[in-house]
Design a protein around this ligand. Structure first.
Ligand code: ATP
Length: 233
């Protein structure tokens, strides 16, 4: 069974075709990269996956559960790290993570919350209010929040945009460990170098269409070969 399956997925925003007939299966255990320039449709694809917006055509399934018709089951299987830093400013870090656990009906989650905070360098910020954290620290909480219910599929939408080297390294170390333990990881990024280091397979999205889909090694060969057919990658 695929971890995520997009089937004939299209999305119109009025006259704009943001996604144009996307067909893509991401297998369980993959570290999958979704690359593309600004406006390619990456966030729209993730938003549909997260149930935040409806596709105009087609459907998406998470481990066999259709996001449109079986949302609660699909959502439970997903840990989503969105781009926007949206929190209750009056919660502290631990309360934020406990609240998220409560959303999934998990009450005794303190040991796992402590472990996540440790790996993301948040332990000494546990009692700080969200409004008093720096942007980079807030981004760490965003990642922690996505992991509280131990989702088998983790989707990160440009998680390292504007964050320092230290967070990048600790984040990738932790996410790579989760991947080695069997979690499926989907990462959207603008940076081929980042995807190259982490992902086993990459899809390149351009103007709402997949223009290349291959193993990272093959894709790099094509990008670096000036005679490649996909010269406009
Ligand atoms: P970025 O790398 O800049 O985040 P992206 O690949 O995530 O870009 P999307 O944010 O999915 O791209 O945008 C795809 C297209 O859809 C863009 O042309 C964008 O302007 C348009 N778009 C996105 N959201 C909306 C919306 N709510 N209403 C209208 N148009 C939208």
């Amino acid at each position: 069974m695929s971890a995520i399956e997009f089937k004939n997925l299209s999305k119109n925003y009025g006259p704009l075709l943001a996604l144009n007939d996307i067909n893509l299966s991401i297998e369980e255990g993959e570290f999958f990269g979704l690359l593309g320039p600004n406006g390619a449709g990456k966030t729209t694809l993730i938003s549909i996956l997260a149930g935040l917006c409806r596709p105009s055509h087609g459907h998406v399934k998470v481990m066999g559960h259709d996001v449109q018709t079986d949302f609660r089951a699909a959502r439970r299987l997903l840990g989503i790290v969105p781009q926007e830093l949206v929190f209750d400013p009056f919660f502290n870090v631990r309360e934020t993570l406990k609240f998220q656990s409560g959303y999934f009906g998990i009450n005794n989650n303190d040991a796992w919350i402590d472990e996540i905070m440790h790996h993301l360098g948040l332990t000494d910020k546990a009692d700080k209010n969200m409004r008093a954290l720096s942007g980079g620290m807030k981004r760490r909480v965003l990642v922690a929040q996505a992991l509280v219910h131990r989702p088998p599929v983790i989707v990160l939408d440009e998680p390292t945009a504007g964050v320092d080297v230290e967070l990048r390294q600790s984040l990738w170390k932790f996410i790579s460990r989760l991947n080695q333990e069997g979690h499926t990881i989907v990462l959207t990024t603008h940076y081929l170098e980042e995807a190259e280091q982490l992902c086993n397979r990459i899809a390149m999205l351009k103007k709402g269409q997949i223009v290349a889909l291959d193993s990272t090694a093959n894709l790099l060969k094509r990008v670096k070969n000036p005679n490649a057919k996909d010269g406009d990658l």
